[in-house]
Design a protein around this ligand. Structure first.
Ligand code: HEM
Length: 390
């Protein structure tokens, strides 16, 4: 090969190595359209980390004549940058006038999103997910230590009606919707981190859209189930002295014999009130998310907490901050509920012989009923003039 040609090739190679694309100053930028101010090419080049001759910025600084006209891409502040104005916008110290009215339209920069995002992607996923795995491990250990809680002396073979069809309908409406909300909620929260690497972006995107739709709509069934079960069962869940005896006896879990109970024992009352109180809270925060900016809850709630506890929680929240609090609170409450419900499902299925029938057929074994709800059986038999079993 010709020596000259070889030299030229070496020169081209060297220039590519020592003067890569990112270090090159791209072609001359035509600033006539923007009146000499920043252009879209400038922005793109900066994002690609290319070198940029931005001497025009200092030349134009403070000169409104050099600002891009409003008809152009980057109008209108192209040549002028007023740090104080931007700072005032950033810290919400101005009250801008906007053309389309709406609760959140006057907020131009909202930096709470970063801390919200970090909290949601970090501690909420880690602690929430960890707690769910933790309770499952605990229940497995409990199962191996304690074993299934059996009916002492075996079943009687005769049954007593524990829950009517309407009770079971209310329970399964609440339970089915809660499980569906739990699964779709976890998909929304954690899917991006855990599913995209496995099923890919496109499949996840379809799944996420469907899951969100289901979550938003099934919420109504949950709220209906919550109201139904509250109305039907609240009278049986008022705490009384007997509950204290039951708690002192540890529910009879590790001892021989069973502490007395009426229709619901103290453990079940805890489940009932956990589901009701947290259910209302998760529903309210969910509604606030479902109707963005229409149902701000936290500023006022913080005001009440401050007046009771003397705390200094922020009461002047921007519309977006309200949504961020609603979202974080919604996840925390949902996780606490899921923990309680996983334990509840354990005891209603593998944990206790004869329990599932109460919500399955509605008929429970008489011996099971006598052991776990002796006073309730007495009341039922008294109502039916003794011998209420079938
Ligand atoms: C597969 C899932 C579930 C099973 C097998 C199940 C089973 C049961 C059973 C057998 C009872 C009656 C206990 C008795 O006879 O005294 C019951 C009661 C109850 N369930 Fe469920 N349940 C499930 C899911 C849920 C869910 C997801 C919720 C709420 C979000 C829930 C809320 C309640 C409440 C509030 C009660 C009354 C209080 C109590 O007995 O603890 N259940 N469940």
């Amino acid at each position: 090969m010709n020596k000259r040609l070889l030299g030229a090739a070496a020169l081209v190679l060297a220039s590519l190595i020592f003067n890569p694309a990112w270090a090159q100053e791209g072609p001359e930028v035509d600033r006539t359209a923007t009146g000499g101010a920043q252009t879209l090419e400038d922005i793109m080049r900066r994002q690609e980390q290319q070198k940029l001759d931005d001497s025009f910025r200092s030349e134009n600084l403070g000169n409104p004549e050099k600002a891009a006209p409003i008809t152009e891409q980057l109008g209108t502040r192209g040549g002028v940058s007023d740090a104080d104005t931007w700072r005032a916008i950033r810290y919400n110290q101005i009250d801008p006038t906007v053309q389309s009215p709406g609760p959140a339209n006057g907020v131009m920069i909202q930096d709470g999103g970063i801390s919200w995002y970090k909290l949601r992607e970090g501690p909420i996923i880690t602690w929430g997910g960890g707690a769910l795995l933790g309770i499952i491990v605990l229940l497995v250990v409990f199962y191996f230590v304690r074993g299934k809680i059996m009916i002492d002396g075996g079943p009687a073979g005769t049954t007593i009606e524990r829950f009517k069809a309407i009770d079971r309908f209310g329970h399964w409406l609440l339970a089915g919707s809660f499980i569906a909300l739990g699964v779709t909620g976890l998909l929304t929260l954690m899917g991006r981190s855990f599913l995209i690497p496995v099923i890919g972006l496109d499949a996840f995107s379809t799944l996420a859209v469907g899951s969100k739709w289901l979550h938003n709509n099934i919420a109504w069934a949950f709220m209906l189930g919550l109201v139904m079960t509250f109305v039907m069962w609240v009278a049986h869940n008022i705490p009384d002295k007997l509950d204290w005896q039951w708690i002192k006896a540890g529910g009879g879990i590790f001892t021989k014999g069973h502490p007395s109970a009426r229709k619901f024992n103290a453990g079940q009352k805890v489940v009932f009130w956990t589901v009701m109180l947290l259910g209302v809270s998760v529903s309210l925060s969910g509604l606030s998310l479902l109707f963005p900016f229409q149902m701000p809850l936290f500023g006022d709630t913080f005001g009440v907490i401050n007046s009771i506890l003397g705390t200094g929680l922020p009461t002047e929240l921007t519309p977006h901050e309200e949504m961020q609090y609603a979202n974080i609170w919604h996840s925390i409450v949902a996780f606490v509920m899921m923990l309680a419900i996983i334990a509840h499902i354990y005891i209603g299925t593998v944990g206790m012989e004869g329990a599932f029938d109460a919500m399955g057929s509605g008929q429970v074994d008489l011996e099971w009923a006598r052991q776990h709800h002796d006073l309730w059986v007495e009341e039922e038999e008294a109502k039916q003039g003794k011998g209420g079993s079938s």
